[in-house]
Design a binder for this molecule. Sequence first.
Ligand SMILES: Cc1cc2nc3c(=O)[nH]c(=O)nc-3n(C[C@H](O)[C@H](O)[C@H](O)COP(=O)(O)O)c2cc1C
Length: 269
Amino acid sequence: MILYTTGTGNSQSVAVRMAEMLDDKAVAVDYETSRVEARDEKRLIFVMPVHSWGPALFMMRFVRRCTFDKRYTEAWAVFVCGDNCGNADKIFAKALKKKGIRLVAAYSVQMPNNYILMKGFGIDDAELAKEKIANSELRVSQIVAAIQGHADDSVPMYTRGTKAWLKSGVVYPLFARMAVKRVRFRTTDACVSCGLCEAVCPTHNIRLVNGRPVWGKDCVQCVACIHRCPKRAIEYGDVSVDMGRYVHPDLQQNLHFVKTKDTQNTENE
Ligand SMILES: Cc1cc2nc3c(=O)[nH]c(=O)nc-3n(C[C@H](O)[C@H](O)[C@H](O)COP(=O)(O)O)c2cc1C
């Protein structure tokens, strides 16, 4: 089973491609699931974006909350980043270990950047985004080969970047504790009350009040709402005003976040 979470579709595209290649299923993790059943002999694989040089908080919550079938003793993780991952692998391995699961290997895939919540950042230009998406195809094949035991040892499979201990050991915990509480999203007059932001928010943190989204205090900064708004009607304070928006060209809205009671009712069955 390939469990994934995504903000803008990069991780979804990796998970879906891996599922095709491994003849497995890609399942978007949700807020309700508390137990993950092993349905067959297939592997347990996690695919998630890197946030602040750590695993996406929504996936961390999922792992902490869930009970995993005892047959799952091993897992693989794929970190989908814009540049590099720091020690996201080690943080995730620790969380899995508490569940009695050994992280066999971690891989990274570079995909277009989607961080637009702070000055100095922004999405990649169209050419770079296209190049990263094109390169990701080969990368995913390499990852699948490695998982199947045919790793090409000459290819580095995880991009840690520099000062990983600082980024993941200091910045990520700060992000987890503080940044997520600074919910500065707002809507502009372009909002047409379609409710997509409410539907795609993994933590159910957005409610439409008088037709306009209102954000609560449980944001994991997945940035789905701000990028996926079809009218570009969401801003983050004033920081995002001059920044572009991004979604993966193959994003399947209905695959991202469908509320299921357990992972057996997968949305792409
Ligand atoms: C809150 C936040 C923090 C991020 N931090 C990192 C990071 O530390 N390193 C990195 O390479 N990319 C970082 N990114 C970029 C994403 O990891 C990257 O764009 C990823 O492909 C998004 O995947 P998704 O479309 O599945 O959400 C960050 C994005 C967000 C929203």
